[in-house]
Design a protein. Structure first.
Length: 243
C-alpha cells in the first residue's frame, strides 16, 4: 500500500518549468531512490512535497490524506520529515540540544519526553560521544549524522533525504548507509532519497525514479532503470553501461 503519493506535480519559476507533471508512489516500509543530473528538478520536487514550495498543480497524498501545500512543521506532525543537502544545525548549541529541539517541533511535548527521544536518536545514530559538543565545531561527517539524528528524533513515517552522503569520503559513507538500513528494518521507516552515488542507490533502493528536465524519464526496479539506454544517455554516461 502506498504511504506517499505524488500526482502531477508541476512548478515553474518565471516561466521556466522546473517540474512537469511528476508522479511517484512509495509503498510503506520501502525505499525509493531519486536520481538525475543537477538541475533535473529533484530538490524542487522535495520542496514541493514538504511544503517549502507551493506546487502550481498536482497533489501530495500522505497515508490517504491530501497534504499539498501544508507547511513543514505540520507535515512533521503528520509523520513526514526531510533532511537537507546543506546542513542546518544551530551552531552555538550542543548536539543534544539540537536534537531535543527537533523532537519538540513535532508537537507539544514535555522536556523530559523530548530529551528521552533525543537520547534515543543519539544512540541510534552513534552520536553519544558527541552529545555535549557544540554543533558548529563538528567535522562534516558528524554534522551529517546530526542532521539525520534530528530527523530520526521526530519519529517520521516517511523520511526524505537530500544527498545525505554528499561531502563524505567512502569510509564515512558506510556508517550512514548501515544506519539507514537499520531504520528501515528496525523502525519500518519509509524513505525517499536523492543521491548521485550509484553504489548507494543500488544498495538501498527498492525502486528508482530518474528525473530529467523536470520530468520522470524512467522508473522501476533499480537494475532496470540503471541499464535503461535513456538513463545512460541522459545521466550516467556510456562508460556506466560497461561497468
Amino acid at each position: 500500500m502506498s504511504l506517499l503519493e505524488v500526482r502531477g506535480i508541476a512548478k515553474s519559476f518565471r516561466g521556466l518549468k522546473a517540474l512537469q507533471g511528476v508522479d511517484l508512489s512509495v509503498d510503506e516500509g520501502s525505499i525509493l531512490g531519486v536520481i538525475g543530473a543537477n538541475g533535473a528538478g529533484k530538490t524542487t520536487l522535495f520542496n514541493c512535497i514538504t511544503g517549502s514550495f507551493a506546487p502550481d498543480a498536482g497533489t501530495v497524498v500522505l497515508d490517504g490524506r491530501d497534504v499539498t501545500g501544508l507547511p513543514t512543521h505540520r507535515l512533521a506532525r503528520l509523520g513526514m520529515v526531510r533532511t537537507f543537502q546543506l546542513m542546518r544545525p544551530f551552531a552555538t548549541m550542543t548536539v543534544l540540544e539540537n536534537i531535543t529541539i527537533a523532537t519538540m517541533s513535532r508537537g507539544a511535548r514535555g522536556e523530559r519526553a523530548a530529551r528521552a527521544d533525543a537520547l534515543h536518536a543519539l544512540e541510534q545514530t552513534g552520536l553519544g560521544e558527541w552529545a555535549d559538543r557544540v554543533s558548529g565545531s563538528l567535522p562534516t561527517a558528524v554534522q551529517k549524522r546530526l542532521e539525520l539524528a534530528r530527523a530520526v528524533a521526530m519519529r517520521p513515517r516517511v523520511l526524505l533525504l537530500d544527498e545525505v552522503l554528499a561531502g563524505l569520503v567512502p569510509a564515512e559513507r558506510t556508517p550512514v548507509l548501515e544506519l539507514l538500513e537499520r531504520l528501515r528494518t528496525e523502525e519500518g521507516m519509509t524513505m525517499v532519497f536523492i543521491e548521485h552515488i550509484m553504489a548507494a542507490v543500488r544498495r538501498l533502493s527498492d525502486s528508482v525514479v530518474m528525473m530529467d528536465q523536470g520530468a520522470v524519464l524512467a522508473e522501476g526496479q533499480v537494475d532496470d532503470v540503471l541499464s535503461d539506454p535513456r538513463v545512460i544517455t541522459a545521466y550516467l554516461g556510456q562508460e556506466y553501461s560497461h561497468a
